[in-house]
Ligand binder design. Structure first.
Ligand code: FAD
Length: 388
């Protein structure tokens, strides 16, 4: 199951995190700008094709391996890791749902050659964070083409992406949940930014609202229904890769606390500082977080029949991972701050935790934890099989 390219790619992700993303993270956060140094390094290191199957020339990494890349990068800069995660989710959707499409086979081969960057546009004004409903619809275009206009509330690095995967109703007569996923290349669309992206955290994702107006051939619509793409790939990939990167934020906060405690211990040899006990407690929480996302990724990778992913047990598993990781990440950063104290509260020390804190707070909002919990609550009313 393991890709032969994984060790090199993981080493590269760690190097980019330490030498490229971390040194720029403060400026990226301060200026709310795209982490272009990290994106360029990801391209150069060929990490953007990590999820492309080997049959198309990519590295063909498993979900567990892809999660480890995001986890490593998040320890240097969470925004950079979110760019990698969101791109990888889109690649997964294309790779796993292209069917026999010649157009999408070409997309994957070109992506490997050119290391194109893919973004996502599922959010929409009026659907209130529900990715499984659209207002906008695919309209007839020229000859075998389509037209699409969409008002998105939040679109990470949409202005920088080479292509955006956009959800829409199948046609003007379709119900809100009867959606498709369209591949809109930069040259297919005009993109007008609506509002700004001046947020508490994840500032480097540059995710303001956008008005998109696109026209493209129908071959650029993925053949599978978005209902299946969402259940079988978008939700599993999102929840695992997000959990992995949020765990990366927590791991870096923990590492800063551990470094602080070791410094205290060096100052008074022979005695264990009281903060060491808190660090031990924090390590337990970090380990639980790590094991949770890795176990779910492992189970996903072991599954041979992707139809199984439509089952309630799997939905509950992915939902539980997302909401749990989104709660644990800021809690662990908070715990690290209690250990480090004022040196973590300040923005100008090697132990600063402000950015980690603010970035981690986005987790519960990035598809609202309450929305996901409400979905799980409904599923649990009919879920009987706890053997899955
Ligand atoms: C850093 C970041 C990057 C993002 N990037 C992208 C991107 O690239 N592309 C994209 O399309 N989107 C992106 N998003 C948007 C994201 O996917 C969600 O659509 C968006 O965060 C939801 O916005 P909301 O809080 O207004 O929506 P809602 O989910 O409607 O939540 C609003 C409020 O309603 C409450 N609520 C909602 N449903 C329920 C319920 N059933 N029960 C109880 N309470 C409920 C919530 O708790 C919340 O308080 C990004 C978001 C973030 C934070």
């Amino acid at each position: 199951m393991s890709s032969p390219q994984f060790p090199r790619l993981l080493q590269e992700a760690r190097r980019i995190a330490k030498d490229v993303a971390a040194p720029a993270a403060e400026a990226v956060d301060r200026d709310a700008r795209v982490p272009h140094e990290a994106v360029a390094a990801l391209r150069e290191g060929r990490l953007l094709s990590a999820a492309v199957p080997a049959a198309f020339g990519g590295a063909g990494l498993s979900l567990l391996e892809l999660g480890k890349l995001c986890h490593a990068l998040a320890q240097g800069c969470a925004s950079s890791a979110m760019v990698l995660a969101m791109h990888t989710i889109q690649v997964g959707c294309v790779a796993r749902h292209a069917g026999g499409s010649a157009f999408f086979a070409d997309v994957l081969r070109t992506l490997v050659a050119e290391q194109a960057l893919l973004a996502s546009m599922t959010s929409e004004a009026g659907t209130f964070g529900d990715t499984r409903r659209s207002i906008c619809a695919i309209e007839p275009g020229d000859a075998d083409g389509f037209k699409l206009g969409k008002d998105a509330t939040t679109g990470s690095y949409n202005a920088q992406a080479d292509a955006i995967l956009v959800t829409a109703r199948r046609d003007a007569a379709a119900a809100p949940g009867d959606q498709v996923l369209a591949y809109v290349k930069r040259g297919d669309a005009t993109l007008a930014q609506v509002g700004s992206w001046d947020t508490l955290g994840m500032r480097g994702t540059c995710s303001p609202g956008f008005r998109l107006d696109a026209a493209a051939p129908r071959a650029q619509i993925l053949p599978a229904a978005f209902a299946d793409i969402s259940a079988q790939t978008m939700v599993p990939y999102s929840h695992v890769l997000w959990a992995a990167l949020w765990a990366g934020i927590a791991a870096d906060a923990h590492a800063r606390a551990a470094s602080f405690v070791r410094g205290q211990a060096r100052k008074s040899p022979g005695t264990t500082p009281p903060t060491a006990l808190r660090l031990a407690e924090l390590s337990v929480r970090l380990q639980a977080m790590k094991h949770h996302w890795q176990q779910v990724a492992h189970e996903f990778d072991a599954l041979s029949d992707i139809e199984q992913l439509g089952r309630i047990g799997w939905s509950l598993k992915f939902n539980a991972l997302k909401t749990d990781a989104a709660e644990r990440a800021p809690e662990i950063v908070h715990g690290a701050l209690q250990i480090v104290g004022i040196l973590g509260y300040r923005n100008d020390t090697p132990f600063s935790l402000g950015r980690h804190y603010r970035d981690a707070l986005s987790a519960a909002l990035m598809v609202s934890n309450d929305r996901i919990a409400a979905q799980s609550a409904n599923l649990l009313l009919v879920f009987k099989d706890d053997q899955e």
